[in-house]
Design a binder for this molecule. Sequence first.
Ligand SMILES: *[C@@H]1O[C@H](CO)[C@@H](O)[C@H](O)[C@H]1NC(C)=O
Ligand SMILES: *[C@@H]1O[C@H](CO)[C@@H](O)[C@H](O)[C@H]1NC(C)=O
Ligand SMILES: *[C@@H]1O[C@H](CO)[C@@H](O)[C@H](O)[C@H]1NC(C)=O
Ligand SMILES: *[C@@H]1O[C@H](CO)[C@@H](O)[C@H](O)[C@H]1NC(C)=O
Length: 479
Amino acid sequence: MLFRNRFLFLLALAALLAFISLSLQFLHLIPVTIIKGDGVTGKNRKRIMPDPLTEPPVVDPLYEAYMYCNTPIGAEHSMEGRVPHNLKLLSVHVLIRHGDRYPLYAIPKTKRPDIDCLLDPHRKPSHPHLEAFISHMAKGSEGQMDGTLSSLPRYPSHPLCEMGELTQTGVVQHLQNGQLLRENYLKKHKLLPNNWTSKHLYMESTGKSRTLQSGLALLYSLLPNFDWKKVNIRQQWSTIFCAGNCDCPMRNQYLEEEQRRQYTFRVKSSQLEKAYVEMAKVVGVPTRQLRASNPIDSLLCHFCHNASFPCTTNGCISMEQFKVIKSFQLEDEKESHEKQLYYKYALMATHPLLNQTVMRMQRIAQGRKDEVLVLYSGHDVTLSPVLSALGVTEARFPRFAARLVFELWRNKDKKVEHFVRILYNGEDITFQTSFCRREGRQPGQLLCPLQTFAQFVKRDMFTFLNSTNYYDACHRRVF
Ligand SMILES: *[C@@H]1O[C@H](CO)[C@@H](O)[C@H](O)[C@H]1NC(C)=O
Ligand SMILES: *[C@@H]1O[C@H](CO)[C@@H](O)[C@H](O)[C@H]1NC(C)=O
Ligand SMILES: *[C@@H]1O[C@H](CO)[C@@H](O)[C@H](O)[C@H]1NC(C)=O
Ligand SMILES: *[C@@H]1O[C@H](CO)[C@@H](O)[C@H](O)[C@H]1NC(C)=O
């Protein structure tokens, strides 16, 4: 009962705040970041760039969990594609996390959440494109897909979801993303010509059905009824999209150090330990076994789907226990930022992907017309290090169906012609990045020179690692 009320309350609160901030933004066209100074909407805004005067002193774990679910509640405001009129959009690079999915782990000796992974346009949450999406996916055998992608189902289809399977919520989240990007980039800025071909679009997905299906759902809303023959999806074998440049021993070393940090931090938390012991008692397994089953992943699924937490004859897993684990996750993220081991990992992990993005942007700046729209479909472990490497320290952990967008713009009237903008879930974070923040923002300046971004990726991102290039950073360590 408590759970149900809390959930409804959060849902109502989120809807109200979204409405207030939406109206304000649409009426005055003020950038999202300015609205944050306003205490009324402060809580609805992402933790990105917090205002110390209005940020609530205590982070609410349930509110954070709700943000993570990203439950579709209708129209979303976004700053994507919003720039002064004299600029021309040249290319867009989109990095997404898959949408809502079934848990990857089961809590031992409990009933799995009862979630239907058969798509049904009449079940909520739904989307006006859902029905057409299903029938278009059924015709997808002409699409070209690399590796094992072609053998994966193109949409979820099990009456009881399989582990890790994309849910209907996940499909709807990406249909919404695609629709937003269509409005912002294709309709307003004519990013693709009407006679677009396969060379205009570059698409990559990891080999999981949830990432492929998420990418397809986004693509479908972006380009309704697209011609399957024009679609060519590459498989990315690495979750960090390092492609041919994955060999980097130091990266792995920092990741291991980060994992040790996390372990040390975890065992120090007596509250967390207490919650695990209690939950293990409820479930009837040793604490160690419960911890290894990563219960937060499964509990988040219950939470996001408004399903009550698992019960046994010993009782039920409680909202209090869920809050303790979620709070710990948030504290752990904070410590991780402070210790900077993850940051070092992230700089190395994301260089290949950022380097590829810069290379594509530079080619387009030189006049090439292909690969103007790039879509990478990945995981939380794909997006999270990119945010860290860019220096956007206050960004929330990637929610379901999170999207990170890099835009390339041209201003013919300026000496420096090419600019980038970076947006996370629709919010402009360009000047929260370490490289553009440093640049110093001119009054009214909305973009960051491409050259600044390129210099960061080619050279400056290694300064912190006491190196000048990727190879050196990856292969040597200065003590
Ligand atoms: C697409 O249309 C443009 C003009 O709108 C034309 O210049 C171009 O040659 C066309 N490309 C193809 C492949 O038909
Ligand atoms: C949550 O579930 C309860 C039934 O358990 C239902 O009455 C309520 O409407 C649901 N809330 C939402 C937002 O779906
Ligand atoms: C970075 O991109 C350049 C092309 O601009 C390429 O030659 C180089 O191999 C790339 N390096 C890495 C580590 O990805
Ligand atoms: C870089 O060098 C400084 C000074 O020698 C040292 O304190 C720092 O830990 C080094 N950073 C890395 C990532 O090795």
